[in-house]
Design a binder for this molecule. Structure first.
Ligand SMILES: [Zn+2]
Length: 401
């Protein structure tokens, strides 16, 4: 009961003011920088994507909870002496994850087909399927390793099982953040250092100006599947790096490409990867402590269900359903933290570059090329957007003009 009151207060304090807030000035920013044809085309592309995400999430939650609460307890009601318990847990996890994957297939294929229709993707169905299968395989390994560790620790019912599980997850998360740019990213793109060029010389100059040590500026061959322009900051410790899409280097004028680098340097300067990792770890420890508390409570109330036994593999699909639910419900919170970081990085970029009009030109050009949802309804931005909307970013630069 106390938990429900807490959640209700959080909802009122965090989500509602964000959604209720209306900003007519953003509409005028949109009208000044984009023509009606672009805004309509963007709306036509994005509106179905949002409804499709909501529909997919609802189906996923119904199927995962249905499997976890109705079917899995029957499947795992008898102990088996032949199959070790961890293998049965792993089967429970894999089936839950597999169901969720099957639900995503038609949605993902439809999204890819629409991206092709709107000229945003030009890779073949074969290479798309290959990328998708690779991504799914990596996810399956992560779900198996992390899920089995968690269930192993929490299932023992020891008082500090959550702390041990949290420590292990922290180590795995840091290791993943470190190796992802070196091991995972190259599976999807060829990533090479930015060659000697005028752009590189200016990037090095910009980095010196920002007072940071250059650990690497890399280029990913994104052009083989998309014409969208992008750049990202990734890695941890000595693996941290700025990665630019080759599309960005090829299609953006140099000063606009530099602005994108300056934004990524903003993430670097403000330590966003480290902060994000730290917040993630605090949330993980808190979530695991709560999970352990709830598992013990639920187990005590079960009559004949296998869930009365904390070591039962029937807990595996429950754990996966909880994970997906928490992920979806926490989107407004995690995305509002992400948007705050993006705004900080924009502010650093504007300070470094000192030319707000270049910032605005770059944002408009990138939005047109990426067919971005430039001025979404506020609730869409709050729930789904990892970056502030395009017009909000332009308004930030205009405020400094
Ligand atoms: Zn950013």
């Amino acid at each position: 009961m106390r938990l429900k009151v807490f959640l209700a207060i959080m909802l009122v304090l965090v989500v509602l003011p964000n959604i209720a807030h209306t900003e007519p000035n953003l509409d005028s920013v949109a009208e000044r920088h984009y023509d009606q044809a672009f805004l309509e085309r963007s709306e036509a592309y994005h509106a179905p994507r949002i409804s499709s995400f909501i529909l997919r999430s609802v189906i996923q939650l119904v199927v995962l909870w249905g499997f976890a609460l109705l079917l899995a307890p029957k499947l795992f009601s008898h102990g088996s002496h032949r199959i070790p318990n961890w293998v049965r847990r792993w089967i429970g996890l894999t089936v839950a994850w597999g169901l969720s994957l099957l639900i995503r297939i038609p949605f993902t294929a439809h999204a890819f087909s629409r991206a092709r229709e709107f000229g945003l993707r030009h890779d073949s169905w074969g290479s798309f399927a290959m990328d998708w299968a690779q991504g799914a395989a990596i996810q399956w390994v992560l779900v198996s390793v992390v899920g089995l560790c968690l269930l192993g620790f929490l299932g023992q019912g020891r008082r500090f099982g959550w702390a041990m599980a949290g420590t292990l997850i922290s180590v795995l998360a840091c290791a993943y953040a470190y190796v992802a740019p070196i091991v995972i990213d190259p599976l999807f793109n060829q990533i090479r250092p930015l060659e000697e060029s005028e752009l590189r010389t200016e990037v090095v100059h910009l980095v010196q100006q920002s007072g940071l040590e250059l650990e690497g500026v890399w280029v990913a061959d994104a052009s083989r599947r998309t014409r969208a322009v992008n750049a990202y900051f990734t890695g941890f410790g000595s693996s941290r790096r700025v990665v630019l899409y080759d599309t960005l280097i090829d299609t953006l004028p140099k000063d606009e490409a530099l602005l994108v680098v300056a934004h990524e340097l903003g993430h670097w300067q403000k330590q966003h990867v480290n902060k994000g990792l730290l917040m993630g770890l605090v949330a993980t420890f808190a979530g695991l402590a709560l999970a352990q508390f709830l598992m013990n409570r639920v187990a005590r109330r079960q009559g004949s269900s296998p869930l009365k036994n904390l070591t039962s593999p029937a807990w595996a699909p429950v754990a996966y359903a909880v994970y997906v639910s928490v992920f979806l419900l926490s989107l407004p919170v995690s995305n509002s933290i992400s948007r705050a970081m993006e705004t900080e990085a924009d502010q650093v970029a504007l300070k470094l570059i000192q030319t707000p009009d270049v910032f605005i030109d770059a944002k408009v050009r990138m939005a047109k090329q990426n067919l971005s949802n430039v001025n979404p309804p506020r609730w869409v931005e709050v729930i789904f957007f990892t970056h502030p909307s395009n017009v909000r970013r332009i308004a930030l630069a205009e405020a400094g003009l």
